[in-house]
Design a protein around this ligand. Structure first.
Ligand code: GLN
Ligand code: ZN
Length: 762
């Protein structure tokens, strides 16, 4: 039985690549230095994989920024606007063009925008979206892949397996940049270039090529299915003597199973962590000579593999196919895992014994093969770890489980319906029309960040730290009063991050020191790990909200992160459904809402920035997800009295197909991001006749630019055309933590002025 890996993290275990790229961008190191860092990481990665005993080791999975952008450069898919950069960059210096595409280019009198970035399927990794035109041409533009294979071959020999984004997925994840064509039709132009690339790799000595086709696991139109069929038949006709592996992941093949197993390739990889149930269907339909790569080790999470579970899947495959047609692998590229658990010396050893990062996952793949071939001692050790996690009191808290088991409809329903609540809120708060507020955070200046760093290092006492945060909070409140905002916030100065801040205070969470995962380019995130039943030992935010409320006569909004967002931005348990974990978090946040209410806070905002990004890849699964996600929000929001006003906030606001679910959240006020779309995103709410109050963002906080009063007033007028004016709030698109004070002040002053104008017009 062979083993393989599909991809390995490339940031380096100490984020060396991030640091080197940022230094290169700042002009502090040259290309030679940057390349040196990259080479060291690649060689270390290959060495690690070699030592783990993996048979097929990926190369060309390294990237300075993003593997999809690499593919665009390889194929010459370079938008026209970069032509001036192209002519300016020196020979062999395509990397500047490459970084210009990723990050925009403002130099030598040029000002060219970056390419768009979006989430890689349902992960938190962001890729650079390929831009296609109607007569898009493809040619081998960049030669990196060939050099990369050569270096890999020197170290790995026949084990080196080049990885490429497959041709159909490459088209499907891109965007048409003009009208009058469908990008999938470009497949006929594209395939010859893939044939050329694969043939060159073969001439260089490659025995395998991996083509990532995650789109094979998505809902496909007839035309898209035909594109797969066409592409792989065309490639098979023109390529021989090299084995092609098509890799799918993140979902089951479902209705695409027949198509996938009949592609004329040597092997197909399927994700049996996300979708173990697909194995039966795949085995039922698999033709005689296709090899099957079974992804049994979770490439997206931090938990030790349950070998018995994996072996039962592998044995099933071996029974049907024979051992020499089965390849053991992680479920997907390990890009989405942190790198090395050995560096985490501070994690409770009992819990650490249940975990595995990328490096450990490779060992798992190799051990599973040894067990499948008869080694029994390895299995025993694994069983012990799995058993210890299953029964540990650190994981299992009966009171938490009991509370979840008893969830009733009443837990998720406000006492009275919205119109009754709205009347009470009017009486209580007496807001003017178009009340103004902000989304929560104010600028996290260097001063604030340094405070936190000093406090963590021990250079500041808790008292000193708290006092400085109190002062920042007071200043922000005075200033909000001066400019005349209606609902104030405390500014979130005490928070490092909207998820981490809560995770650190909830039971059932742990934090790593080096568990970084690439989010985009040089940006990495270090998600918390939810390992056990979640509960809230103490109040989390009440101290700060009460402190802030005491500084002013204006209403002070309490600020919380919602359960789905906390779940979505963490590594989660794999021993219970996501829904169960979310409900546990929901009750913890609900108790915090109640504590705020009891502390005299009359308005509480529960941010659910990530509700939309949690949507499953397949449409058929959307309703189930949305039902439990919305219900979890309602559990957090429904404990309070009618007179308490619940706000929610969501950043990305393309709610077209899910508007009824957003409405079902029944928040008294929802604030969303709409300014960049010129209120276009509000149309879904208008069509639906969204009944509750809503604050469409009038101020784009992603840019330092200060919007004028006139601009914002006209956005408000647009909003008032679409929705009843009495339901509208006035606020920025999102929190202001990434902004600086001067532009924030100027923009919010204009925003308040815009609200006043709007009031005069009704
Ligand atoms: N309350 C958070 C803030 O203002 C919300 C951030 C977000 O939506 N991403 O920063
Ligand atoms: Zn936001």
């Amino acid at each position: 039985m062979l083993t393989q890996n599909l991809g390995y993290p490339r940031i380096g275990s100490q984020r060396q690549l991030k640091k080197a790229c940022e230094q290169y961008w700042a002009g502090k190191i040259d290309l030679i230095e940057l390349n040196k860092v990259a080479r060291t990481i690649k060689e270390q990665n290959w060495q690690t994989q070699l030592e783990s005993g993996i048979d097929l080791i990926p190369c060309n999975d390294f990237s300075y920024y993003d593997q999809v952008l690499d593919t665009s450069l390889l194929l010459g898919v370079i938008p026209q606007r970069y032509a001036p950069v192209l002519s300016q960059v020196k020979d062999n210096n395509e990397i500047d063009l490459y970084f210009a595409m990723a990050r925009g280019y403002q130099k030598d009198g040029l000002d060219i925008t970056a390419m768009e970035m979006t989430k890689w399927l349902d992960t938190n990794y962001h890729y650079i979206v390929p831009e296609f035109t109607a007569n898009q041409q493809f040619k081998i533009f960049n030669e990196n892949i060939f050099g990369e294979y050569n270096s890999a071959k020197q170290l790995l020999g026949d084990k080196a397996k080049p990885v490429l984004v497959g041709p159909v997925s490459y088209l499907l994840i891109g965007k048409e940049k003009e009208q009058g064509f469908e990008r999938v039709d470009l497949i006929r132009n594209l395939v010859p270039v893939y044939i050329e690339i694969i043939n060159r790799l073969k001439q260089q000595g490659a025995l395998w090529v991996q083509l990532d086709e995650p789109c094979l696991a998505l809902d496909l139109s007839k035309k898209e299915k035909e594109a797969f069929d066409y592409a792989y038949r065309a490639i098979a006709n023109r390529v021989s003597g090299i084995k092609l592996l098509v890799a799918t992941y993140f979902e089951a093949l479902l209705d695409n199973t027949e198509l996938a197993v009949n592609l004329p390739v040597t092997a197909l990889h399927i994700d049996l962590v996300r979708a173990p149930e697909q194995l039966d269907e795949v085995l039922a339909l698999i033709p005689d000579n296709l090899q099957l790569s079974v992804g049994v080790v979770d490439g997206r999470n931090v938990w030790k593999n349950d070998y018995e579970k994996s072996l039962s899947l592998i044995n099933k495959a071996v029974e049907k196919l024979g051992a020499n047609r089965v390849i053991i692998a992680p479920s997907c590229s390990l890009l989405h895992s942190p790198i090395d658990l050995e560096l985490e010396t501070a994690i409770d050893p009992e819990i650490r014994n249940w975990m595995a990062f990328a490096k450990q996952k490779l060992t798992e793949v190799s051990e599973i093969r040894q067990i499948a071939e008869g080694n029994t001692t390895l299995l025993e050790a694994n069983k012990e770890a799995i058993k210890s996690r299953r029964s540990s009191q650190k994981v299992h808290k009966q009171v938490v489980k009991d509370r979840i088991a008893a969830i009733s409809e009443a837990d998720a329903t406000r006492n009275s319906q919205f119109p009754i609540r709205q009347r009470l809120h009017h009486e209580r708060f007496n807001f003017p029309a178009f009340p103004t507020t902000t989304i929560g955070s104010f600028p996290q200046t260097d001063d604030i960040r340094q405070l936190r760093a000093k406090f963590k290092k021990g250079d500041l006492t808790l008292e000193q730290y708290d006092q400085a945060i109190e002062q920042a909070t007071i200043d922000a409140i005075r200033w909000q009063e001066e400019i005349g905002l209606d609902v104030l916030v405390h500014g979130e100065f005490e928070r490092n991050d909207m998820v981490e801040y809560f995770g650190e205070q909830l039971d059932g969470f742990l934090f790593t020191k080096n568990g970084w995962v690439q989010s985009y380019g040089s940006r990495c995130v270090k998600p918390p790990v939810i390992y056990g039943d979640v509960s809230r030992p103490e109040n989390m935010t009440v101290r700060w909200s009460k402190f802030a409320a005491a500084q002013t006569d204006k209403p002070m909004k309490g600020m919380l992160t919602g359960p789905v967002t906390i779940l979505q931005w963490s590594f989660v348990r794999d021993d219970q459904p996501r829904e169960t974990t979310t409900n546990q978090i929901a009750f913890a946040i609900r108790d915090e809402v109640l504590a705020l209410e009891e502390g005299g806070i009359g308005i509480v905002q529960i941010d659910e920035a990530a509700i939309r990004e949690g949507l499953p890849l397949r449409k058929a699964k959307h309703p189930h997800y949305l039902n439990w996600a919305v219900k979890a929000f309602r559990i957090t929001a429904s404990g309070v009295q009618d007179k308490t006003q619940i706000h929610t906030h969501m950043c990305y606001s393309e709610f077209n197909n899910i508007i009824e679910h957003i409405a079902a959240m029944d928040a008294d006020v929802i604030t969303i991001e709409t300014s960049r779309s010129q209120m276009e995103l509000l149309q879904a709410f208008a069509h639906f006749e969204y009944p509750n109050e809503i604050g469409p963002g009038v101020y784009d906080i992603h840019s330092p630019r200060v919007p004028t009063t006139g601009e914002m007033a006209s956005l408000l007028a647009k909003a008032a055309d679409l929705l009843p004016a009495r339901n509208l709030w006035v606020n920025p698109d999102c929190g202001l933590k990434t902004r600086k004070w001067p532009e924030t002040k100027a923009a919010l002053e204009n925003m308040v002025a815009a609200a006043k104008q709007a009031r005069e017009q009704i």
